[in-house]
Design a protein. Structure first.
Length: 727
């Protein structure tokens, strides 16, 4: 298929048929104001169209030609909203109703015109409508008319809500709230026929959704509109709204708690008296304390829930008998033999310790053999009569774990956490209904050991969701490296458990790289807060080196010629710039290209990365591939990492693929490459933990690209999280 963007589009369309409904958008056919057929491609999470509904659409109009050569006008939109169907707009909806169809619908539109909605909401006119529907057949016509009025009554309720939404959004615009995403989120909070009144009763709801300047402007106007004149600056709603705004800033940094001093500073920046705001929050139980820290209420509840879940897991009686002493070590030795492994003493001791703990943490830097330990541990657990389920946050990490922990005699599937949660939910529903789980479902019971790899990347909400699906008696092992970056979301439970130390087995000896490699030494130096002394890179095949920022392009291209290279940067803009530059450089003037979506245009030879888990297409978040071919119908064929043959990229998956000449450090976690280029940038994201993570992605060579003055500040800059989690 081909798409060519032409010009702007603004108009009302009526949905004919939904072609595709995804989490991040939809595609549907529709009729425009002029009655012509359109194809609408919408990118957004909150709109799920139904046939017959009308939408106001803004976007770019172009042409779409499918693989059969059929052309149709297409509108690509990021902004559309439901509108109330009036007059002729009701026609397409009526056509979809049972016993109405196009002919009878056309009769109604022709007979009543713009007054059709009013007519169909007035049941006293049912005989008049029946006569139009089917002249000459009064009994049939009356029966159809009665069915029609019932359908319209249901639609009227939905339209009333749509009208309230339109009115509410217009009201927000009058308050200068024009951010579409913020407006939609606010509607989701207070949406309903009385949304405007609910907002007026809670004037600072915006404080947790947008900037304080905008929230305070709207809040002040709402307070004054309700008659508040004096003392507005110290009004309780404003004080608590300012605190909500502070927590929004704290949580955006990944923290779940803050020092009183930090909150006071944030409140003063909002021109709010910290003493008054914090005192009011204490009185209304809107704040919690722990070890001298103040905790965000929602985050505190979440962390306390995780704490209770983990303690309950530890307190559950063991479903398996775990041997002790010499017998336990003999079990581990037998597992080594069965797995075809020979563990070092440190690894053997780790397996012994982990088998004895219902809640355990395996901590180790990159390349220390964590996957090897997991493989032997799993074998030993199965020898004892249990079963093992493995998972990881990212799809690529799950794929690598599955490969690393499997053997010919014992294949093991590792799931992404998102997929595992869905499978466990299905298992719970089957058990509650008395049915049997599907053959494809994973089975977890009291004899299950759940292993979560790359657990340092798992945020507190994700862990809470996972723990909520575990059955009574199941055991948990969290595996990761607390020296790497914390999760993208809030909290850092894995890091907190490692610092607690009571449930931890440590691996310290690096085994991934050759013993003469400088990568472990450089990574350890950075991790300890010292700046490594690096020589200039001049083509060496192994080690850790540095080059000036101006050499990025030449270094990248030299290593690209050797293959298996990863470029890691902190800023997405930097990643995008490298991807654009390198892809343009490597394409001939007549190279055939295909636009996959707003983030990527690809040609043969381009490296690509999957940005979302798509199980039907066997694509996993973070999975790297290479475009091998593009046919005459613009079908794109990708050979994914670990696969021997290229396969076609499905149309629905195109939006979830980006170029991969460069990637962010967060996306690189769980991956490795023979050669890694690290782009040093003077920004808050480039920290000691970021640099350590980037360096440890390499198996043989690391080249740091940047000015000498940037390395020191990067090592000194810390990625720090403040949390209220305690176990």
């Amino acid at each position: 298929m081909t798409v060519a963007a032409l010009d702007n589009f603004s108009g009302t369309v009526v949905v004919e048929r939904v072609l595709s409904q995804l989490e991040n958008g939809c595609i549907f056919s529709a009729k425009g104001d002029d009655g012509r057929l359109l194809r609408v491609k919408f990118s957004g999470r909150e709109t799920q169209p139904l046939p017959g509904e009308a939408f106001e659409v803004l976007g770019l109009k172009g042409s779409f030609t499918d693989r059969y050569g059929k052309a149709v006008t297409q509108v690509e939109s990021k902004r559309m909203r439901r509108v109330i169907s009036t007059g002729a707009l009701l026609g397409p909806w009526l056509e979809k109703l049972s016993n109405v169809g196009p002919t009878r619908s056309a009769r109604l539109v022709s007979a009543f015109g713009p007054s059709l909605p009013e007519t169909l909401n007035d049941f006293s006119r049912v005989d008049e409508v029946a006569a139009v529907l089917e002249p000459g057949k009064p009994r049939l016509a009356l029966r159809i008319a009665q069915q029609l009025y019932a359908a319209v009554a249901a639609k009227s309720g939905a339209d009333a809500t749509a009208a309230a939404e339109v009115e509410f959004l217009a009201y927000l615009e009058s308050l200068h709230v024009v951010d579409v995403q913020v407006s939609r989120r606010l509607w989701n909070l207070v949406g309903g026929l009385d949304a405007k009144q609910r907002l007026q009763r809670n004037p600072y709801l915006l404080a947790s959704l947008t900037s304080w300047k905008k929230a305070d402007y709207v809040g002040m106007r709402l307070l004054k509109a309700t008659g508040e004149k004096d003392g507005v600056d110290h009004h309780p709603d404003r004080l608590l709204g300012a605190l909500d705004s502070c927590w929004r800033e704290v949580l955006a940094d990944g923290d779940t708690a803050a020092t009183p001093e930090r909150l006071a500073t944030l409140l003063r920046a909002r021109k709010v008296d910290p003493a008054l705001a914090l005192q009011l929050a204490e009185e209304r139980h809107a704040i919690a304390r722990i070890d001298g820290l103040l905790r965000a209420p929602g985050a505190a509840w979440l962390e306390d829930s995780v704490r209770r879940q983990l303690l309950a897991l530890e307190a559950a009686p063991a479903a398996l008998t775990i041997p002790t002493g010499t017998e336990l070590r003999r079990t581990v030795f037998d597992a080594e033999t069965a797995a075809g492994m020979q563990l070092a003493a440190e690894q053997h001791d780790a397996v012994v310790r982990l088998l004895a703990l219902p809640l355990a943490v395996l901590q180790g830097g990159a390349g220390v053999g964590k996957t090897t330990v997991m493989k032997v541990l799993s074998t030993a657990w199965e020898f004892l009569g249990g079963n093992v389920v493995m998972c990881a946050l990212a799809g690529k990490a799950a794929l690598q774990l599955s490969r690393g922990a499997s053997s010919a005699s014992r294949p093991r599937i590792a799931y992404t956490i998102a997929r595992l949660v869905r499978l466990l939910e299905r298992q719970q529903r089957a058990e509650e209904s008395g049915g049997a789980p599907l053959d494809s479902d994973v089975y977890v019971d009291g004899k299950t050991l759940l292993i979560v790899d790359e657990a340092s990347m798992l945020d507190t909400p994700g862990l809470h969701t996972l723990l909520g699906r575990l059955p009574y008696g199941a055991r948990l092992l969290l595996v990761g490296d607390h020296g790497q970056l914390p999760p993208v979301g809030i909290g850092r439970v894995f890091h907190d458990l490692v610092e607690n130390g009571t449930r931890v087995a440590l691996l310290t000896q690096v085994r991934r790289q050759a013993e003469d490699s400088m990568i472990p030494h450089a990574a350890s130096t950075v991790r300890s807060g010292r700046v490594p002394s690096l020589q200039r890179w001049d083509g060496q095949a192994k080690g850790v080196y540095a080059v000036p920022a101006k050499d990025l392009q030449s270094v990248h291209r030299r290593l690209m010629a050797l293959g298996d290279v990863m470029v890691v940067a902190a800023l997405r803009d930097t990643v995008a710039a490298i991807n654009d530059e390198e892809s343009a450089f490597r394409r001939g003037r007549d190279a055939k290209t295909v636009r996959l979506g707003p983030m990527a245009t690809v040609a043969v030879g381009d490296p690509v990365v999957a940005t979302k888990n798509r199980y039907r297409e066997a694509m996993f978040n973070g999975l790297i591939g290479k475009v091998e071919a593009i046919d005459n119908d613009d079908a794109v064929f990708v050979r994914w990492e670990g696969e021997s043959e290229a396969r076609s990229l499905e149309d629905n998956a195109r939006l979830d693929v980006e170029l991969a000449y460069a990637t962010t450090c967060h996306r690189s976690q769980g991956s490795s490459a023979k050669n890694v280029v690290v782009v040093l940038e003077n920004c808050a994201l480039a920290t000691r933990e970021w640099l350590y993570t980037a360096i440890t992605r390499a198996r043989e060579l690391v080249v740091l690209v940047g000015d000498d003055a940037q390395l020191g500040p990067t090592v000194l800059r810390r990625t720090q999280r403040v949390t209220g989690f305690r176990l």
